[in-house]
Design a protein around this ligand. Structure first.
Ligand code: ZN
Length: 502
């Protein structure tokens, strides 16, 4: 994610408007019991064989114990694949969806939960059997028709309809989730926990899955999603756009973008990058594309040589109005129009969101407390692009300028300890980026770039912690780096920068 420091007033107004309605109070019969006190679904059933274990209490599985957001995600199973079959009606701003979740149990369970807010649920099946469920604090707690045992593959099918709404996240000063802009473009920007505003899911980055999207919209609207556009099926004035995301993806990166848009293939960028590059643009931008957009092929080539091969099946951006930021949705980053219209900043943010495809999307923090592994890396990638395009002196000027600016900011938390109510604070970006620069100076260019390549290659399509990165850096350099990382990631003040990069 990347945003300007000044959040537009319109966004602040949207926050107060949304704050008046609680999207979690959505079912007339919804339970309001707090997770810690809900026991009605937690009773263990007696199993009939000695090879099975009794189910663990559902309360132990409501949330994965993330250090910042302990209630996010759910234990007891791993999702393998989501099939999202969704119809959007722009006349009513509503969706009608059928989501099929293929998962594997990791614990004995007679109930399990998904993160999900809002909507009227019309269908709920586990395997082919109708199931009961209740809602508790943003969780949909489902009773499995038979006790699931570790290793059991099971399919949960949920049909629902209604008008999706953005949600208020503890992490950010603006709403996230499903939006519709003033041009009628609907889109999803969910980091970190807005996925439940449009999908039932296991909403934590530690449970990656593949996705199929079948998005039906009236002609001539276009619907884009993560991955590869497979086909468009037309029927009686409606089009179903089929997209496949074949690489594992964290739930916060799943997206759709729907509107009067054009999917613009960039043949030149595709040829340079060696991966299909396509952008989803409003007609006026498709007709007159900003110059920086044409640099994406060169950017992909540059980072592929520096970090390792581009990790996914395609890349590109989608441009929407009003969103005050950009988000690195996997294979399809979303940009607010204001960023696109600021040429120099646009190029910087293009670099930033692209770099996240390696660091954040393919190699993903297992805990939101390690968000510097996303933002510090994407910020340092911006500076690497400056070095590449403008030379080493420009890099040095940027690094010292950023460090001095950062040192003036009072009371910034260190990048390794972000507060839950300000996850994307400046420190995880700039101080995190400076941490990487300090490492580069300490171990030298050869070991530094080998560390980045090995860290990416070893953890591709997976999840990591800060200690995984430290271990790779120590292995490659042969040095004890605990002191360096302790002072840069967890110290109270920004350390002095080493004098020069070699
Ligand atoms: Zn970012």
């Amino acid at each position: 994610m990347k945003r300007r420091l000044i959040v537009p007033i319109a966004v602040a107004l949207l926050i107060s408007a949304c704050a008046e309605s609680d999207p979690s109070v959505d079912d007339p019969g919804a339970e309001t019991t707090a997770p810690g006190t809900s026991t009605s679904l937690a009773e263990a059933t007696t199993t009939t064989t000695t090879t099975t274990r009794p189910p663990t209490a559902i309360t132990d599985r409501l949330g994965l114990g993330d250090s910042r957001y302990p209630a996010l995600g759910n234990g007891g199973y791993d999702v393998d694949h989501y099939t999202v079959d969704l119809t959007f009606d722009p006349d009513t701003d509503s969706i009608n969806a059928l989501v099929m979740i293929e998962a594997t149990a990791t614990e004995p369970m007679d109930t399990f939960s998904l993160d999900f807010l809002g909507f009227e649920i019309t269908t709920l099946r586990v395997n082919e059997t109708t199931a009961d469920a209740k809602r508790v604090d943003g969780e949909l707690i489902i009773e499995a028709p038979t006790t699931l045992q570790p290793g059991d593959a099971f399919t949960t099918t949920i049909g629902y309809n209604g008008t999706p709404q953005p949600i208020i996240s503890e992490a950010l000063p603006f709403p996230i989730g499903w939006f519709e802009d003033s041009n009628g473009v609907a889109y999803v920007v969910a980091e970190p926990d807005g996925g439940r505003s449009w999908l039932p899911l296991n909403d934590h980055p530690s449970d990656k899955a593949t996705y199929t999207f079948l998005v039906t919209v009236p002609e001539p609207l276009v619907a884009a999603a993560n991955g590869t556009w497979v086909e468009r099926i037309t029927d009686l004035g409606w089009s179903t756009w089929v997209w496949e995301s074949r690489d594992p993806m964290a739930s916060y990166l799943a997206t759709v973008v729907i509107g009067e848009l054009e999917i613009v293939e960039d043949a030149a960028a595709t040829a340079i990058a060696g991966v299909p590059v396509r952008n989803v643009l409003p007609p006026e931008l498709a007709a007159a594309q900003p110059a920086a957009l044409g640099k994406q092929g060169e950017m992909i080539q540059f980072f592929s040589e520096l970090f390792g091969p581009y990790p996914f099946e395609a890349y590109g951006i989608a441009v929407v109005s009003e969103f005050p930021a950009a988000l690195e949705n996997q294979t399809l980053s979303i940009f607010g129009r204001d960023l696109v219209d600021a040429p120099a900043f646009f190029e910087t943010v293009l670099v930033h969101e692209l770099a996240h495809q390696w660091f954040g999307n393919s190699v993903t923090p297992a805990d939101w407390g390690d968000i510097w592994l996303n933002e510090g890396f994407a910020t340092y990638a911006e500076w690497l692009w400056i070095e590449h395009t403008r030379g080493e002196a420009a890099l040095q000027a940027t690094v010292s300028g950023e460090r001095n600016q950062l040192a003036l900011s009072a009371d910034l938390p260190p990048p390794g300890n972000p507060p839950a109510d300000d996850l994307f604070n400046a420190s995880v970006y700039v101080w995190g980026g400076l941490t990487l620069h300090a490492l580069r100076v300490e171990i030298g260019d050869e070991a530094f770039f080998e560390t980045l390549r090995r860290y990416f290659a070893t953890n591709r399509d997976s999840v990591v912690t800060t200690s995984d990165f430290v271990a790779v850096a120590e292995e490659v350099s042969g040095m004890d780096l605990n002191g360096l990382f302790d002072s840069w990631l967890y110290g109270d003040t920004v350390p002095e920068l080493p004098t020069s990069a070699n």
